[in-house]
Design a protein around this ligand. Structure first.
Ligand SMILES: *Cc1c(COP(=O)(O)O)cnc(C)c1O
Length: 460
């Protein structure tokens, strides 16, 4: 077997990496000056770097490793599938057993009114599919001008052109342009932007921004509203309890498609199969990826509600859309095995009833640390807002303390991610109680180390 493994010294890998590899979302000058961290092995909730350090993977890879790393069951199933049918397409009146089985399985797991799947290779492609499908849905019904998609500032919907345009990251829009016909409204970020309003009032206010945008644009011009049930990359922003019911009411009354981007919230992350189940959302389109295969192979898709599928199936002509690898047999096999393991080990129930509440209780106690302005978590996705003095007080410059804290966290043996000055975690759903204790212990030490630095610098 020819597995590319760690036969080279770390310095040689770093040098070659800097010479030939362009990384996603990286400032290469800064990265190459420091050198990439080389990860060589994964097992369960742990990863190892090329210097032999064992690190707790508090981010489940990139929000995706639900069943943990290094599961041989998936490797075996993919191997068998590749020996049988490594690849065939699903264009031109063809299909194959793994894609049929996965589409049926997803229809069973998803909310009852979602019974079709369009497969993609990633979450970004899923959101490109959303944009094209939502516009096509209205055009097929004689309303081609009902085409604007409303999204939110600080949303993340991927990095293809449509994904970036649907997202609300200003930096991404400024680089290389955006897509016309997308409108952004406020995010339901009470801690950061709620001002004097109480949380419930702010949730209603943020939801009604959607209603105001529909009024301003004209109901006959708006195709859909897209949002993550909980914003992930934007900083694990958990909306106030009033938000989703009001959004749902508005979409229903105004005949706007509701798109729940489940790329992070799907597959047990919130202690339900989908974030929509947790918040009681009834989406018309539901992009999925990440936890669908626990990252073992790249696969995503869009779950489609019956009312949309009926139009796409019965009114079209041809929906001119698809990818060479839509429903790739090996990726479908990996996803099916991942879902089988999740069911066998009852991981969704485990997050809801056991490890979720266990970690949440400990995580929320971190509010007692002098650096922590907010500690929030649903299921196994959470954030700590670092602050020099509680809600409303921010560090200058914003983001500098988050990066410092993240570096301490890595050095202490835990992967956390920094978004501005929030620390984010989303560990594998197989996290044990002992690993949860370890996660919190390292986080406490990391906060102490960060505070000590800030004191030395005279910043707190
Ligand atoms: C990661 C992510 C995407 C993009 O998925 P890729 O597989 O990276 O293309 C889209 N939406 C959300 C909510 C995400 O977190």
């Amino acid at each position: 077997m020819n597995v590319v493994s760690n036969i080279h010294p770390t310095s040689a890998l770093r040098e070659s990496d800097a010479k030939h590899h362009l990384h996603p979302f990286s400032d290469h000058k800064a990265l190459n000056a420091e050198g990439s961290r080389v990860i060589v092995k994964g097992e369960g909730c742990w990863i190892w770097d090329s210097d032999g350090n064992r690190i707790l993977d508090g981010m489940a890879g990139l929000w995706c490793s639900q069943i943990g790393h290094g599961r041989k069951e998936i490797a075996d199933v993919v191997h068998a599938q590749m020996c049988e049918l490594e690849y065939y397409n699903t264009f031109f009146k063809t299909t194959h057993p793994p894609v049929v089985a996965l589409a049926q399985k997803l229809s069973e797991l998803a909310p009852a009114h979602l019974n079709h799947v369009f497969f993609t290779n990633s979450g970004s492609e899923a959101n490109d599919t959303v944009l094209r499908m939502a516009r096509t849905y209205w055009a097929l019904q004689g309303k081609p001008e009902k085409s604007v998609i409303i999204s939110r500032h600080n949303a993340y919907h991927g990095s293809t052109l449509a994904g970036a345009a649907l997202g609300g990251m200003g930096g991404m829009h400024q680089q290389a342009g955006t897509v016309p016909g997308i409108h952004h409204i406020a995010q339901p970020y009470w801690y950061g932007e709620g001002g004097d309003m109480d949380e419930d009032a702010f949730g209603l206010w943020a939801a009604r921004e959607l209603e105001m945008a529909i009024d301003a644009l004209g109901e006959d011009k708006v195709a859909a509203f897209i949002a993550e049930p909980i914003q992930g990359a934007g900083g694990v922003i958990i909306p106030p309890a009033t938000y989703w019911p009001e959004i749902s009411r508005i979409c229903r009354e105004r005949d706007i498609l509701l798109v729940a981007d489940e790329v992070i919230c799907g597959f047990g992350r919130l202690g339900t199969w989908f974030g929509s189940d947790h918040f009681g959302i009834t989406p018309d389109l539901m992009p999925i990826a990440k936890g669908l295969s626990s990252g073992y192979l790249p696969i995503g898709g869009v779950m489609v509600a019956d009312r949309v599928a009926d139009v796409i199936i019965n009114k079209a002509g041809e929906f001119y859309h698809g990818f060479t690898y839509s429903g790739h047999p090996a990726c479908c096999a990996a996803a099916l095995e991942n879902l089988r393991i999740m069911e066998e080990e009852k991981l969704v129930e485990r997050v809801r009833d056991d490890i979720g509440p266990y970690l949440q209780a400990k995580w929320k106690e971190l509010i007692g640390h002098p650096l922590v302005g907010d500690a929030r978590m649903v299921g196994l996705i959470g954030a700590l807002e670092l602050s020099p003095g509680g809600r409303g007080a921010t560090f200058d410059p914003v983001g500098s303390v988050g990066t410092l804290c993240r570096d301490h966290s890595f050095a202490n043996g835990l992967v956390m991610r920094a978004v501005r000055d929030s620390m984010i975690i989303a560990p594998p759903l197989v996290l044990s109680h002992e690993e949860a204790d370890e996660l919190v212990r390292i986080t406490e030490k990391t906060l102490d180390d960060t505070l000590a630095d800030l004191k030395k610098q005279g910043r707190v």
